[in-house]
Ligand binder design. Structure first.
Ligand code: GAR
Length: 197
């Protein structure tokens, strides 16, 4: 059974998609054993608690500097002995020590077709604002392994999503989530859990 630790910052709809996919059997051989957020107000923490999954916050605000926060985050992640770390809307730069320790065992979901609209400053709604500003007709989502760069690790899965006339960033974000993110992230976990990667 793959032990999965999910890191989140906000609403947690991707976390919910993972939990639902495990519950309905679309993802096998995997279990979410912990959810950690940098943000105490993240609704994702409630989703985890509602599922009886250990959920906790490690906020940078509670530490004297970034190094202390990074150490604490790694220590809390380690305590759950994860086989896989999933960044599901985790908007914090992953500490280098964690990337080193969990190399090829951290995946991230990004709401565009990498290498478009990714890297520093591209997160959440900003990604969709940039896609609409550029006038692309197709966007999508990407699941990739996490390395030291920003959205630069090996790509595992991608799915295209149509941009429609009249789209706002919010409408496009929702379509990308529904048609791509909520499918791709569970699929990636299932592939890893079943040795298909
Ligand atoms: C998702 O769209 C995810 O792809 C994005 O944040 C959102 C989190 O939503 N992540 C990034 O932009 C990472 N660069 P959620 O909390 O409802 O899952």
């Amino acid at each position: 059974m793959l032990r999965v630790c999910v890191l989140v910052s906000g609403g947690g709809t991707n976390l919910q998609a993972i939990l639902d996919a495990i519950d309905d059997g679309a993802v096998t051989n995997a279990k979410v054993t912990a959810v950690i957020s940098n943000n105490p107000g993240a609704y994702a923490l409630k989703r985890a608690a509602d599922h009886d999954i250990p959920a906790e916050c490690v906020s940078p605000k509670n530490f004297e500097d970034r190094a202390a926060f990074n150490r604490a985050l790694l220590e809390r992640v380690d305590s759950y002995r994860p086989d896989l770390i999933v960044l599901a809307g985790f908007l914090v730069k992953v500490p280098a020590e964690m990337i080193e320790k969990y190399r090829s065992r951290i995946i991230n979901i990004h709401p565009s077709l990498i290498p478009s609209f990714c890297g520093v400053g591209y997160y959440g709604l900003k990604v969709h604002e940039a896609a609409l500003a550029r006038g692309v007709k197709v966007t999508g989502a990407t699941v990739h392994f996490v390395d030291e760069g920003m959205d630069s690790g090996p790509i595992l899965l991608q799915k295209a999503v149509e941009v429609k006339p009249g789209d706002t960033p919010e409408i496009l974000q929702r379509r990308v989530m529904e048609e791509a993110e909520w499918k791709l992230l569970p699929q990636a976990i299932d592939m890893i859990a079943n040795g298909l990667v």
